[in-house]
Design a protein around this ligand. Structure first.
Ligand SMILES: *Cc1c(COP(=O)(O)O)cnc(C)c1O
Length: 398
């Protein structure tokens, strides 16, 4: 264990299951550890580094903004905040934006909005329907929204007002809808849950149901947003117009920022209803504006769609050669490889040894969420490392 790792054990709250690597530098789709070893990064800081590490467009924007104005209070207008809000609205079906600092906070804001909406428009309804195996963040309310009993158990009692129902079942949502319901909140692809896609027919039916019942349809695009699935936002592939969308991860090019976007109809907040000291600050918004501008101007979503299809085809080729690799799933550059046995930890450690970072999203599946700017050669390199690791792990299992 290196000195930094020993110090971490001593001083840091032990909540992360870390891999034995201390990263000190990154560029593009590559990172380096303290010994100078190079890794191809297919974790991308948890689907955050959509433009790769230290992208010049982001670095320049942060540097320039840091010299100009880092922070002010939200009592004042600031330029980057307005620029980023305008860009988001002009490139989506939404009319208004609120900025915060993380995905959990974005979802909290969306739920507060839904509760006010329920109070005003639905007789005080306050309950939000979410799905099992979802992930919406780590605040107390988002732990209640996240449909994973083992995340919830240690923190009970949880805030009331959430109902977790099976994913991909319209009937479950219909049955859970009562006079108390004000919204349905969904991930279009359950990312942390293991890369499970919502059935397009289900998404359209949920959207219709929400419209009929007067419920807000909230999509949590914290992981799927900013080009990751092949379009700027994933909802664009489902032929639906949600009322609310939440963003975070990829929005700031690595700088912490979250947002929720809302249609005018549902924009029920008034001055004083919601806020955040850091939310929408000039530094984070300048990073977001530079990131989103680059993503849009260079059709990064289109690239993610094409390279994602290429990578998925190459992974499917691997699947056909290892009978214990049972499925490749996901869209764009949010992919998972499923095994019929619990070997993901061994696969992750094997890849690490050979210079590839991947995420063991469940005991029996790995998730790939590389920067969206990866080249075909980088996809090939990742597949070739994975091939060699699968061969070793497979041989050991026999
Ligand atoms: C990561 C994630 C969150 C939580 O975001 P934080 O920034 O960690 O609070 C919420 N929803 C989804 C879908 C996510 O992937």
């Amino acid at each position: 264990m290196s000195r930094w790792q020993e110090l971490e054990r001593r001083y840091y709250l032990q909540v992360a299951r870390r891999l034995p690597v201390t990263l000190v530098r990154g560029e593009g789709a590559r990172v380096w550890d303290e010994d100078g070893k190079e890794y191809l990064d297919f974790v991308g800081g948890w689907a955050v580094n959509n433009l790769g590490h230290c992208h010049p467009a982001v670095v320049d924007a942060i540097t320039q903004q840091a010299r100009t104005l880092i922070h002010t209070s939200n009592q004042f207008y600031t330029v980057p905040q307005v620029q980023l809000a305008q860009l988001l609205v002009e490139n989506s079906v939404f009319d208004r934006v609120f900025f915060c600092n993380s995905g959990a906070e974005a979802n909290e804001g969306a739920v507060k909005l839904a509760r006010k909406y329920g109070r005003l428009r639905r007789n005080g309804a306050y309950e939000v329907i979410t799905t099992l195996n979802s992930f919406h963040g780590r605040t107390l309310a988002m732990v209640a929204a996240t449909g994973k009993p083992h995340y919830q158990e240690p923190f009970k009692p949880l805030p009331p007002g959430f109902v977790n129902v099976p994913f991909n079942s319209l009937e479950a949502i219909q049955q859970a809808t009562t006079d108390r319901t004000c919204a349905v909140m969904l991930e279009l692809i359950q990312g942390e849950g293991g890369v499970y896609e919502a059935d397009p027919e289900y998404v359209r039916a949920v959207s219709r149901w929400c419209r009929e019942q007067g419920l807000l349809f909230i999509v949590d695009e914290v992981q799927t947003g900013i080009g990751r699935t092949g379009t700027l936002f994933a909802y664009q592939q489902y032929g639906v117009e949600p009322d609310v969308m939440t963003l975070a991860k990829g929005l700031g090019g690595g700088v912490p920022i979250g947002a929720f976007l809302v249609k005018e109809d549902a924009a029920v907040f008034e001055p004083g209803d919601h806020g955040s000291t850091f939310g929408g600050n000039p530094l984070a918004c300048a990073a977001g504006f530079a990131t989103l501008t680059y993503v849009i101007e260079n059709d990064i979503p289109g690239h993610a769609g094409r390279i994602g299809a290429y990578l998925k085809a190459r992974l499917n080729n691997l699947r056909s050669r290892y009978e214990w690799v049972t499925e490749v799933r996901g869209r764009g550059l949010l992919l998972a490889v499923q095994f019929d046995r619990e070997v993901s930890e061994r696969v992750v450690l094997g890849c690490l040894e050979e210079g590839l970072l991947v995420n063991g999203v469940t005991p029996s599946a790995i998730r790939l969420m590389p920067p969206l700017i990866i080249t075909e050669a980088e996809a090939d390199q990742a597949v070739s490392i994975l091939d060699s690791v699968l061969a070793r792990v497979g041989a050991a299992a026999v």
